[in-house]
Design a protein around this ligand. Sequence first.
Ligand code: NAD
Ligand SMILES: O=C(O)C1=N[C@H](C(=O)O)CCC1
Length: 253
Amino acid sequence: MTRIIMHGCNGKMGQMISGICSEDADAEIVAGIDIADEGKNAYPVFTDITACDVDADVMIDFSNAKAADAVLDYCVEKNLPLVFCTTGLSEEQLKKADEASKKIPVLKSANMSLGINVLFDLLKQAVKVFAPAGYDIEIVEKHHNQKLDAPSGTALALADAMNDAMDQAYKYVYDRSKERKKREKNEIGISAVRGGTIVGEHEIIFAGKDEVIEIKHTAYSRAVFGKGAVEAAKYIQDKKAGYYDMQDVVAGN
Ligand SMILES: NC(=O)c1ccc[n+]([C@@H]2O[C@H](COP(=O)([O-])OP(=O)(O)OC[C@H]3O[C@@H](n4cnc5c(N)ncnc54)[C@H](O)[C@@H]3O)[C@@H](O)[C@H]2O)c1
Ligand SMILES: O=C(O)C1=N[C@H](C(=O)O)CCC1
């Protein structure tokens, strides 16, 4: 049985994971943490992270970048493995997560779905063929109108996967309205669309002379992220300190 503290328990993802765990004999939410609580959960909820004194095997975090420092401090102090899913973290927070991973297991991924995590490898292969052939790369992501960060963490991670495969040859361009000039070859354009209840779409476009290749992932339910996060929690609960990602879970390393 994996005992989980759910940070951000009253949000969209926190409630999705609460539902998934209530039907999983091997995972239990033993406490929740959320700055907003209406007392609707079956487990105790703390509105202040420092007040949470419940024993657990792992924390899952889907909350807000503003909470990231407190989440890392708490997990390091309690020696608690962390599944870190909040996006929009600052460079300083990413460095802090890296430091924390020297003391505890930290599994960080901008996207917990199986599909996106398989896509990373496919894109690494694709870019090695299309980039030398001169194809332009653009990413278009679409999410619901409640999302705070843009572009999505996933869009940035997809761009990073391709950039890593090409020895950091690319710079990212988020806004073409500022300069009146043609795109350069070393650009990955990243565009964000926000509207309605779109759960999450990521489209990677390789545009060449006379042909276009479009690779698209659509999440139809937050369940794909929630199930991935619970599997990740089971995976890291007994791992040694270090930095892990969802591709470790998929590969069963
Ligand atoms: N990695 C992934 O696969 C993945 C998937 C979906 C969402 N996300 C990310 O997870 C985060 C949450 O997404 P969501 O859709 O559940 O958002 P949400 O706004 O529905 O829920 C966030 C919850 O966190 C709580 N919260 C906010 N600030 C807090 C703080 N300082 N301390 C404690 N709780 C706080 C809010 O009250 C809310 O209940 C976002 O950053 C989103 O981009 C990641
Ligand atoms: O709903 C969100 O917010 C999502 N955020 C992640 C991101 O920023 O990539 C993953 C998809 C859903």
